[in-house]
Design a protein around this ligand. Structure first.
Ligand code: FMN
Length: 172
């Protein structure tokens, strides 16, 4: 099992969640983690909101864009103005090899406003790139001290067997 975890974090919260995810994933799979770094970081809250709202991309430092060799792909972003951060937009536009892959989308959020919209936006892009099994994890800032919640959010998804879920749906 090989897992590729790619994330962006501005103020370090998504990074902390990724740190906890790493502990779980390293035990189960060969793990590659990469943090997206914009070549030029926008630092004003207003500028960040405007760019995210407009679904802007930004130039990022080089990362692996071919996810073809991995079984599970995890993409983590903070929610910015109901949308992913621009570095994630760049990654979503450029990533390849998602066909028939299990993809987990991790969002971290403040108030929780716009989380659903953000998932929907990301999931549409992933589906258009062939991802067949997309799961969502939202970690609100208010749950950051709850390590068990964070770890079990990931474990629940990793333990899901897509064939079992499909059978359940078929059986009604
Ligand atoms: C520019 C900006 C816009 C944000 N917009 C939202 C939002 O629409 N909804 C929400 O729940 N949280 C929003 N937040 C809060 C962040 O999503 C949250 O604090 C996140 O965990 C930060 O992750 P990071 O530390 O990895 O950058 C916003 C934060 C910033 C900086």
């Amino acid at each position: 099992m090989k897992t590729l975890l790619t994330y962006y974090s501005y103020s370090g919260i998504t990074e902390k969640v990724v740190g906890m995810f790493k502990e779980v994933l390293e035990k189960r799979s060969e793990l590659m983690v990469q943090r997206l770094k914009p070549k030029k970081e926008v630092t004003s809250f207003f500028g960040q909101c405007i760019a995210a709202r407009a679904k802007k991309e930004c130039a990022i430092e080089e990362v692996t864009l071919d996810a073809g060799g991995y079984d599970t792909i995890i993409i983590g972003s903070p929610v910015w103005a109901f949308a992913p951060a621009p570095a994630i937009n760049t990654y979503l536009a450029k990533v390849t090899g998602l066909s028939d892959k299990k993809v987990i989308v991790l969002l971290t959020s403040g108030s929780g406003m716009g989380v659903k919209v953000c998932f929907k936006y990301i999931n549409n892009i992933l589906s258009s790139k062939g991802a067949s099994d997309i799961s969502e994890i939202n970690i609100p800032n208010s749950r950051m001290q709850d390590r068990d919640f964070i770890i079990s959010s990931l474990e629940k998804i990793l333990e899901q067997d897509p064939r079992k879920v499909e059978l359940k749906i078929r059986e009604g």
